[in-house]
Design a protein around this ligand. Structure first.
Ligand SMILES: [Mn+2]
Length: 326
């Protein structure tokens, strides 16, 4: 907190940039970071590299929250604030705006390939919204009703409607609900269950490409898709896979995300599997027992990566896999 205050003392204009596909958490976190900077005496601007997602637009409409998107960052900002970004590769053309400027990060993911002046990162928080809410509360800054409402939405959407909450999540939720002054049910009702056409297509393609392997009575599923990886992995788990591994190719990196269920938890920790893979492929990765991610800056075939991950799981479970066929 002291370091943040000190950094802000020497700056006038802050530019807040979110993850390029701004979901509700990313948008709420950016919106709140902008307001926090304003309330701490700075001019602040918010840039959403690829605009608002369908989920965010619906939420804003249903709750009558105004958002003026004409106030993008420009080159005159002397402080860059990145929220819910996780890797530099997510920033597209805004990498130029960032240049050699002072960077502050608020996030719930470990952030790669950026060296910020200050990073407020808490991987045990449910969401970026939770992180920025804790910072605001810690600084004694009361957020506006709209911002508090958005942060509640961000927390709900990234925590699986609080199913992944920790005790602190409820504390910060109670604080936000009071600031919001809204009926909690209205906020819940503004969260859309609908998924966009592109997300559904990504899931369908991923399911069509999926390969399943059996090790004893566990089912390990592999697939690849280049967007909505976690949405696909969650779908695979819901359809009965014990482990879902989804590989994806991006501009300068190949990524792998993993999800697993409670059944396999006592036999297998994805954090261990992903740490092993990170060492083997010289990538950056890790995570939790039931959710992990890995990023490799090299042109690796996604199939090679998936099969290597399967081999690691075979080793950990102490048995060979057999391919599930129709
Ligand atoms: Mn997030």
């Amino acid at each position: 907190m002291e370091k943040l205050k000190e950094l802000l003392r020497s700056t006038q204009r802050a530019c807040v940039i979110t993850h390029r596909h701004a979901d509700l958490d990313a948008f709420a976190c950016g919106f709140a970071a902008k307001e926090l900077m304003n309330k701490l005496g700075l001019q602040a601007f918010l840039t959403i590299p690829e605009g608002l997602s369908h989920e965010v637009k619906t939420f804003l409409n249903k709750l009558n929250i105004n958002y003026d998107n004409s106030n993008n960052c420009d080159a005159s900002s002397d402080l860059i604030i990145l929220v819910d970004v996780s890797t530099y590769a997510q920033l597209n053309e805004y990498r130029e705006v960032i240049g050699g400027k002072t960077v502050v990060i608020f996030d719930h993911h470990e952030v790669h390939n950026i060296s910020p002046a200050l990073a407020v990162i808490n991987p045990s928080a449910t969401s970026c919204s939770e992180v920025i809410a804790e910072v605001s509360r810690g600084l004694g800054v009361a957020l506006s009703s709209d911002t508090a409402t958005l942060l509640i939405g961000g927390i709900l959407s990234d925590s699986g409607r609080l199913s992944r909450a920790r005790p602190e999540t409820f504390e910060v939720m109670a604080w936000l609900l009071k600031l919001s002054g809204r009926d909690y049910r209205d906020i819940i009702n503004a969260m859309t269950e609908e998924i966009s056409f592109s997300e559904r297509m990504a899931r369908i393609k991923g399911l069509l490409r999926m390969k399943a392997y059996r090790i004893n009575d566990y089912i390990i599923c592999l697939s690849n898709v280049n967007a909505y990886e976690s949405s696909l992995a969650d779908t695979m788990i819901r359809s009965g896979c014990d482990v879902a591994l989804v590989a994806s190719e991006h501009e300068n990196e190949v990524r792998l995300i993993g999800r697993s269920n409670k059944r396999i938890l006592e036999k297998l920790s994805l954090a261990e599997v992903f740490n092993g893979l990170a060492q083997y492929f010289n990538g950056e990765g890790g995570g939790h027992a039931m959710a992990a991610a890995l990023s490799i800056k090299a042109k690796i075939n996604t199939n090679t990566l998936l099969i290597k991950a399967l081999n690691n799981i075979e080793q950990k479970l102490g048995d060979k896999s057999t391919r599930v066929t129709i």
